[in-house]
Design a protein around this ligand. Structure first.
Ligand SMILES: *[C@@H]1O[C@H](CO)[C@@H](O)[C@H](O)[C@H]1NC(C)=O
Ligand SMILES: CC(=O)N[C@H]1CO[C@H](CO)[C@@H](O)[C@@H]1O
Length: 489
């Protein structure tokens, strides 16, 4: 499904691209892209808010802004920005990117990330909270994270790193985001607050993106947090007044109270004015399950005979699309024991998809990467424990510990060949796309895809008897696989 999206990328017109590059620098182009993204979502938001009363709005008639955006941008913005701008069709993909930022903070001491619903005190509307106790951001870092025109210097190890991913993913989820960050640096402790608010920017008619920010610093003599002297006092006051007017908090005391549960280091992100879905409800559903965040709408129809329908619907391959808890449970291949993801007050139990497989085999694949160092990828393949009842199949492909493709269906099995065959692998030799929901469609990926296809068929042809299918071909005799047995490729 994401493959199509990527193919469209090639449709950039070279002429336009050159003309635009003449007039705008890279930074302002990125700025434009995000502004554009904001604008379309804002239009949808207000359309639904103003006309979204039952009976007036025609359900399903509003184009989803991200689809629309993908089309428009592929015609006018150079390709190198395309993937950034079309980031995050899927709301959970945007949330995952914010969780990545917290996971990157494990190296700075983070032991948890909290994902929860909170309320906007101004109107009691639901807002999304994401909070970690990592290193936090000092005044420069929060500017890099929230402002435009900074280039992101990503360290190689980091998955997210408060880069542009932060802007695109927060803006995918809601119109406004406020960030509180507390950082303990060399002898100074700072608290910084920043507001990226589309509501503010449009209602005040700003023609460039202004991100109000204030910083406080611990006075080691008095022990109080005081206005940071880094920036002019006048600036501080005008920034603060914008924050109080447009953030959910209308007094400085209320604003600073948000630091109470952050402690001496960490970051709290609150996304408010969350987007609405076509049915006129907030897209993120906090109500159906008080211990989960769900997305309605997109529930996939499971094709199965009635007796098997429920086991299919309940399977993680299906649930991950609409239950954040299910998705987060498999988002990382491994997670340090010292770190927990807490979703709506409950730990997210980590799930190793390999343990969902029976009759496992381990297959080594050595991609020809062209480099002198030979990559080696170990794929665990097997039948889902619930096979043949569960029809899901495909490969869960991780990249540097992070799930990129869940249940990637490399074969289509109109004739059952491949049904219930699932694999798990970590493919670090291919590059994920910007939204980390797909891989760049390179020849390396194509080779991987065909190898996985062969693997699926080979596995099926040898072992389908084990789940009650008739082995069709005459095959050379082979020992039935046993758990933990290593077979050669
Ligand atoms: C907010 O503060 C920044 C410095 O941090 C300053 O450049 C900007 O002009 C201020 N905004 C206003 C409206 O004063
Ligand atoms: C500003 C920005 O993040 N640009 C990135 C967009 O995506 C391309 C790759 O698809 C990167 O190379 C750019 O740095």
């Amino acid at each position: 499904m994401l493959g199509k999206e990527c193919k469209r990328k090639t449709a950039v017109r070279p002429n336009k691209q050159r003309v635009i590059q003449l007039y705008w620098s890279v930074e302002s182009l990125h700025w434009m892209t995000v502004a554009f993204l904001l604008h379309l979502q804002y239009v949808q938001h207000h359309f639904v808010v103003n006309f979204g009363k039952p009976g007036i709005m025609m359900t399903g008639s509003i184009p989803r802004p991200h689809f629309k955006m993908a089309r428009v941008i592929s015609m006018s913005i150079p390709m190198f920005l395309h993937s950034n701008a079309t980031s995050h069709k899927w709301a959970f993909g945007a949330i995952a990117e914010l969780i990545d930022n917290a996971v990157d903070e494990i190296q700075n001491g983070a032991t948890f990330v909290i994902v929860d619903k909170t309320l906007n005190p101004r109107d009691q509307s639901p807002a999304l909270l994401i909070q970690d106790n990592g290193g936090g951001m000092d005044p420069e870092a929060i500017r890099r994270c929230m402002s435009f025109g900074f280039s992101d210097k990503k360290s190689k190890a980091a998955i997210g790193q408060y880069g542009n991913g932060f802007k695109t993913s927060t803006m995918r989820l809601g119109a406004d985001v406020i960030v509180f960050s507390c950082h303990l640096g060399d002898r100074v402790m700072t608290q910084s607050i920043g507001l990226l608010s589309y509501t503010f920017l449009t209602q005040t008619g700003h023609d460039r993106i202004v991100v109000p920010m204030v910083d406080y610093e611990l006075n080691t003599i008095t022990g109080n947090m005081e206005i940071s002297h880094r920036y002019d006092k006048e600036y501080f006051m005008s920034n603060l007044s914008m924050l109080l007017q447009w953030s959910p908090y209308s007094t400085e005391a209320e604003l600073l109270k948000q630091f109470d549960d952050i402690g001496s280091h960490g970051t709290k992100v609150i996304i408010y004015n969350l987007w609405f879905s076509d049915d006129g409800n907030v897209e993120l559903d906090f109500d159906t399950d008080p211990e989960d965040i769900r997305i309605g709408g997109d529930v996939k129809k499971v094709q199965a005979i009635p007796a098997w329908r429920s086991v299919n619907e309940q399977h993680i391959a299906n649930r991950l699309h609409h239950s954040l808890r299910a998705y987060l449970s498999i988002l990382y291949l491994k997670i340090p024991e010292t770190f927990t993801i807490v979703l709506r007050g409950q730990f997210v139990e980590h799930r190793n998809l390999v343990l969902d497989l029976k009759f496992q085999e381990f297959i080594v694949y050595r991609p020809q990467t062209g480099g002198c160092k030979e990559a080696e990828v170990l794929t665990t393949i097997g039948f889902l424990k619930e096979a043949p009842h569960v029809t899901a199949h495909g490969f869960n492909v991780y990249h540097k510990n992070r799930l990129i493709l869940p249940f990637w269906p490399v074969v289509s099995y109109s004739d059952s060949r491949g049904r219930g065959v699932v694999g798990v692998l970590e493919a670090n030799f291919v590059e994920p796309t910007h939204n980390k929901q797909d891989f760049e469609r390179t020849s390396l990926l194509q080779k991987l895809e065909s190898r996985l296809k062969e693997m699926t068929w080979e596995y099926w042809d040898y072992h389908c008897g084990l789940i009650g299918y008739q082995v069709k071909k005459k095959l050379p005799p082979i020992e039935p696989p046993q758990d933990s047995q290593v077979s050669s490729p």
